[in-house]
Design a binder for this molecule. Structure first.
Ligand code: ADP
Ligand code: TRP
Length: 334
C-alpha cells in the first residue's frame, strides 16, 4: 500500500444524484480500488452546517450520503471513511491556519463573491445572509486537506480555487517557519470529453437547477423521472440525430461502445421517443439496481454505518494527532 494520501470531502446535502455518482463517487471509488494511494474520504458535515440549521435533517443527510458511498462500492477496509466533525484536530488546525491566511484571499473566494454579487444585484446589503462559515469556508477546507498532509485531492472543477487557496495557506506557513512542513496538495479533476452528465433539461445535472435524477429512486420512480425528459415532436418513425439528443447524451454515460453504436443506428433508422427512454432506463437501472439493493440494506442497519465512521475517525486521528503535535511544537504553543 502506498503511503501517498488521496483525500476528498463529501458534502452531505442529502441523496446524491446520478451526476454526483458518475462524476465523483464512481471515479473516487475506482481510484481507491487501484491502491496507488491511501484513501481518506470524509463527510464534510461542518461545511454543511453553513447552510443546514436543522439537526434532524443534517443527521439524516449524513447517514444517507455515507450509505450511498458504501452502497456504491466504497470498501472501508481500503479507504478510511470518516466524519469531519469527529476529528477535533481539524478544528484546531483550522484556527492555526486562520492566522496564516490573508483576509483578501477570502474576499476573492468564489462562493463568497457570488453571494455578495447576488445581494448587490437585488439591492440588499452586500453581506446579508452571509455567515462567517461561508466566508471562511476555504480555510476549513484547507485544514481538511492539510491535517494529514494529503498529496492529491480529487474534486470537481468548481473546487479548484479552494485547492489553490489550500496551497497558498500551506506555503505561507512553510515560509514562516522556513520548513517544508506541509506538502502542497494537488487537485485531480476527472477528465474526459463527456465529463458532465446532463440533467432532465439538458443543462449540467445539478441540485441547484432542480433537473437532477436522485441516485437511489425505486425502479418505478426512476422510470417516471426518465420519462420526464423533454423531447421534440419528431414522429416515431422519423430518423433522428443521436448527436443532437439529450437521451443519447445521457445513454453514453451508462453503456459500452457497442451499445452506443447499436443505439445510434436505431436513432438514424427512426426510434420512438418512448422506446428511446425505455432503453435509457434499462442501462441506468442496470447500473443502479445493485447499489439500490445494498443501500436499502445499509439504511436498515444504521449501527453498521456508525461503526464504520467511528473506526474511520480512530484511524485518521492516529495520523492527525501526531501531525498536530508537531505543528504545536513548531508554532511554539507546546
Ligand atoms: P450539485 O451541482 O448538484 O450541487 P455538487 O456541486 O455538490 O453538485 O457536486 C459534488 C460532486 O459531484 C463534484 O465533485 C462534481 O464534480 C460532481 N458533479 C456534480 N454534478 C455533476 C454532473 N452533472 N456530472 C458530473 N459530475 C458532477
Ligand atoms: N467543498 C467540497 C465540495 O463542495 C467538499 C469538501 C470539503 C472537500 N472539504 C474538502 C473536498 C476537502 C476536497 C477536500 O464539494
Amino acid at each position: 500500500m502506498s503511503s501517498k494520501i488521496c483525500l476528498t470531502g463529501i458534502k452531505p446535502t442529502g441523496m446524491p444524484h446520478l451526476g454526483n455518482y458518475m462524476g465523483a463517487i464512481k471515479p473516487a471509488i475506482e481510484t481507491a480500488n487501484k491502491g496507488e494511494f491511501k484513501g481518506y474520504y470524509f463527510i464534510a458535515d461542518y461545511h454543511s452546517l453553513i447552510t443546514i440549521h436543522n439537526g434532524d435533517q443534517l443527521r439524516s443527510d449524513i447517514r444517507e450520503v455515507a450509505a450511498a458511498w458504501l452502497a456504491s462500492g466504497l470498501d472501508p477496509k481500503k479507504v478510511v471513511l470518516y466524519k469531519q466533525s469527529d476529528i477535533p484536530e481539524i478544528l484546531e488546525l483550522n484556527w492555526i491556519i486562520n492566522c496564516f491566511t490573508a483576509k483578501g484571499l477570502m474576499n476573492r473566494a468564489h462562493a463568497y463573491k457570488a453571494a455578495v454579487q447576488t445581494n448587490t444585484e437585488n439591492g440588499k446589503d452586500e453581506d446579508q445572509g452571509v455567515n462567517l462559515g461561508l466566508f471562511t469556508y476555504p480555510i476549513l477546507m484547507a485544514a481538511d486537506i492539510l491535517h494529514i498532509n494529503s498529496d492529491i485531492v480529487p474534486v470537481g472543477e468548481d473546487q479548484l480555487q479552494h485547492i489553490e487557496i489550500a496551497r497558498d495557506i500551506a506555503s505561507s506557513f512553510n515560509h514562516a517557519y522556513k520548513k517544508d512542513f506541509f506538502k502542497l496538495p494537488k487537485a485531480i479533476v476527472a477528465e474526459g470529453e463527456n465529463k458532465l452528465l446532463p440533467g432532465l433539461d439538458g443543462r449540467k445535472m445539478s441540485k441547484s437547477y432542480n433537473n437532477h435524477i436522485p441516485l437511489l429512486l425505486p425502479e418505478k420512480k426512476l422510470q417516471k423521472t426518465i420519462n420526464k425528459i423533454v423531447t421534440d415532436s419528431t414522429g416515431p418513425e422519423e430518423p433522428k440525430d443521436p448527436n443532437n439528443s439529450l437521451i443519447f447524451d445521457m445513454y453514453k454515460f451508462f453503456s459500452s461502445n457497442e451499445e452506443q453504436e447499436a443505439f445510434a443506428k436505431r436513432f438514424r433508422e427512426g426510434i420512438g421517443w418512448g422506446h428511446a427512454k425505455a432503453e435509457l432506463f434499462n442501462v441506468v437501472n442496470r447500473e443502479v439496481a445493485p447499489i439500490r439493493a445494498e443501500y436499502d440494506k445499509l439504511l436498515a442497519d444504521p449501527g453498521y454505518i456508525d461503526t464504520v465512521l467511528k473506526d474511520g475517525a480512530d484511524a485518521v486521528r492516529e495520523v492527525s494527532s501526531r501531525q498536530l503535535a508537531e505543528i504545536k511544537k513548531l508554532i511554539g504553543v507546546s
